[in-house]
Ligand binder design. Structure first.
Ligand code: ADP
Ligand code: ADP
Ligand code: MG
Length: 660
């Protein structure tokens, strides 16, 4: 039995904070590690001590095994918690910790290594009598041999990187003719992302659901599961909503799948917290897909329904204590749903976004609502790390209660300054089919039109009016230093004040005139509404529009105003009086569509390119994007260098059209 009085958390963001909260509750001191970009980040400041481990790119900081083990040694931490991502599933890291006499709070290095290969995992699990997806996980990795496997498995196929994770290196093959190209591109991506091009082929299960089981094993031979989490709401094979219990399971299926998960854990002698993932086919058959040998992003769902603290259990297991409960002691006490708030733009193919969070207001604190956030007001979201900002989780006696609380929580949350998926998540939670529990992994693709932003003219109008009146009230407050001028005084009583505002792609000319009793007739885009200013203070105003009072929270950043209300949020820009002229250009340019770092430059000056040719590969927040030529021509200029950081809209390559 070991005893820890100090734990180093080898991670950042929400998960580092979450792990440190439990440590603190247990009376354990915490050590944070941080990169240049994180020297003032919430996780760095929360810890009792924090050690700088290098420059911002994770390769030079959060992935540096030596530096992290050394930080633990220097501060006297007896154990390291890896969180998720980064080094959490790195067997060499687990071994390096143990070699330095520091406990790794996770499974054994052997378990990590074995389960790190989806192919090896499939072989072990099949050996334990648990169903795996029909497919090929052999050692012969020649394209020829992989191709000959395909007919036996049958279309559609799913090619996966054996070393994969994060949905990378996966290709669905629906037609035989696409097989060779898909194998080649999957191998390239796997090689690049994981340094290992090994592939496996699985039957692609259509209309499937992702159902996973949380397992826990100690060093005394006890192994239990803590029920399932359903994580079928995904984009790019990555989860964004998780819940437990799964609306798709019957008690009978739940107990069979739970037993299978425990059988998988036993087959590998698993210790600590882990997750056994299954694909559930519409037929009710289920198949093992992989084991995640770490704490999962969505673990709070399990904590909410069981009332257990998984991090505390992880620490106790690593210290050699036996599990404090047996399988029959694990009880589910309701329904929990989690949503992941990401720095991404659902209206633009979910591309990552960066910038400064100008306004951050977590949801109202109501019982049963939990928020695990890694950000705060003024946090800058850069290109180096995962775009996960926060998780909001709700617990209710039943699914409907949990959904209602979560929707309410998300609507009361304000995050502005960067693009996020907040509104997308709200629309998803309110979608009829989701509310009825009728969904599978194709849900987002199948309902994208309904889930991306819809026009809301009434909200635009209300926010335009709120912005204009906010600015006027602010001017009035400033004018109070000249008390002899009556409020609302104007030189020219016949001219209504006018402001030019932009919301989304639309420009609004807002004019207003006082009609007494703090009420204004506001004209905007051909509409005229009566608005009463009920109260004003820096940072917000309360308006009554059509007899309904609402608070509008207002955050200003330069010429931009961020408005948040119960009716929704809008970013409002104050436009300059004289719009800038855009210089006309004869050249076609290839622009960055997302912030990122230049990973590859595929063309040079003088090259001939055709429409669709790849020009530049950008990388941001673990995602790669290829910028392609929009027309045929000759490359005239390459305006970026390898490793350069670019912003959306930056010109990367100029192409001159061929003479017709
Ligand atoms: P990763 O390591 O990237 O998490 P997984 O093997 O867990 O890779 O698969 C990621 C997601 O892809 C799953 O959650 C599921 O939605 C989908 N998926 C995986 N295997 C299959 C399959 N055989 N058929 C259908 N969908 C699958
Ligand atoms: P209720 O409105 O039914 O009283 P709340 O959802 O407001 O329950 O939650 C009150 C507290 O009880 C919360 O802190 C939550 O952790 C817990 N809780 C919520 N739902 C349940 C449940 N079904 N069983 C046990 N505890 C619950
Ligand atoms: Mg997975």
């Amino acid at each position: 039995m070991r005893s820890f009085s100090k734990v180093l958390v080898a991670n950042r963001g929400e998960i580092a904070l979450r792990v440190m909260r439990t440590c603190r509750e247990m009376g354990i001191s915490t050590v944070a590690v941080y990169s240049d970009a994180d020297s003032r980040s919430p996780h760095t400041r929360f810890a009792d001590e924090a050690v700088h481990i290098g420059p911002s790119p994770s390769k030079e900081s959060y992935l540096q095994i030596e530096k992290i083990v050394d930080a633990a040694r220097r501060t006297g931490a007896q154990a390291i918690h890896p969180g998720y991502g980064f080094l959490s599933e790195n067997a060499a890291f687990a071994s390096a910790c143990e070699a330095a006499g520091i406990a790794f709070i996770g499974p054994s290095a052997d378990s990590i290594r074995e389960m790190g290969s989806k192919s090896v995992a499939r072989r072990i699990v099949a050996g334990a009598g648990v169903p795996i997806v029909p497919g090929y996980n052999g050692d012969d990795q020649s394209f020829e041999s992989l191709r000959t496997q395909a007919p036996g498995i049958g279309l559609p196929l799913l090619i996966k990187a054996s070393a994969g994770g994060g949905g990378k290196g996966m290709r669905i093959v629906r037609e035989g003719s696409a097989l060779t190209e898909s194998l080649e591109s999957a191998r390239r991506e796997a090689d690049h992302a994981f340094g290992d091009g090994s592939l496996l082929i699985e039957k692609y299960i259509e209309d499937a659901r992702h159902v996973e089981f949380q397992i826990l094993g100690d060093h005394h031979g006890n192994l239990i599961h803590l029920f399932e989490r359903e994580c079928s709401i995904q984009r790019r094979h990555q989860k964004i909503v998780e819940e437990s219990p799964s609306p798709a399971l019957t008690p009978e299926l739940r107990s069979r799948m739970g037993e299978a998960a425990v059988a998988v854990g036993r087959a590998i002698g698993y210790t600590n917290a882990g997750t056994v993932e299954f694909i559930l086919a519409p037929s009710g058959e289920f198949y093992f897909i992989e084991v995640n040998t770490r704490l999962q992003v969505e673990h709070p769902v399990t904590e909410m329904i069981t009332g257990l603290d998984l991090v505390k259990l992880q620490i106790e297991i690593a210290a050699g204590r036996p599990l404090p409960l047996a399988q029959e002691d694990v009880k589910s006490r309701g329904h929990a749903i989690e949503v992941r708030l990401y720095a991404e733009d659902p209206d633009n193919d979910f591309l990552p976004s960066t910038g400064i969070i100008h306004d951050w207001m977590p949801p109202a604190a109501i019982p049963g609502l939990r928020i695990d956030a890694g950000v705060e007001a003024k946090t800058e979201i850069g290109i180096h790390y995962d775009p996960l900002l926060a998780k909001v989780i709700a617990l209710g006696a039943d699914r409907e209660t949990a959904l209602r609380k979560l929707t309410y929580g998300m609507k009361s949350l304000s995050i502005q300054g960067i693009q996020t998926n907040r509104d997308f998540l709200i629309r998803l939670l309110e979608h009829t089919e989701f509310r009825e529990g009728r969904y599978d992994t194709g849900f987002i693709t199948g309902h994208l039109d309904e889930l991306i932003a819809q026009k809301d003219a009434a909200l635009d109008l209300a926010c335009a009016a709120a912005a204009a009146l906010y600015l006027q009230e602010a001017r009035r407050a400033r004018a109070e230093i000249l008390p002899h001028i009556p409020a609302g005084y104007r030189n020219n009583p016949y001219r209504e004040p006018l402001v030019k505002l932009q919301i989304g792609a639309n420009t609004f000319d807002v004019s207003y005139s006082g009609t007494g009793d703090d009420t204004y007739a506001v004209s905007c885009g051909g509409e005229r509404i009566q608005v009463q200013v009920v109260s004003w203070e820096p940072g917000g105003l309360r308006l009554s529009i059509g007899g309904v009072q609402r608070l509008f929270r207002v955050t200003e950043a330069g010429e931009t105003m961020f408005l948040h209300s119960s009716a929704g949020s809008r970013t409002v820009k104050r436009l300059p009086r004289y719009p800038q002229q855009n210089a006309a250009s004869d050249h076609e340019t290839a622009n960055a569509s997302m912030p990122g770092q230049v990973l590859k430059i595929l063309v040079s000056v003088g090259d001939e390119v055709s429409i669709g040719d790849a020009l530049i590969i950008l990388e941001a927040m673990k995602m790669e994007q290829t910028i392609r030529a929009a027309m045929a021509g000759t490359v005239e200029a390459v305006l970026v260098k390898m490793g350069e950081v670019v912003s959306p809209g930056d010109v990367l390559v100029e192409i001159a059209a061929h003479q017709k």
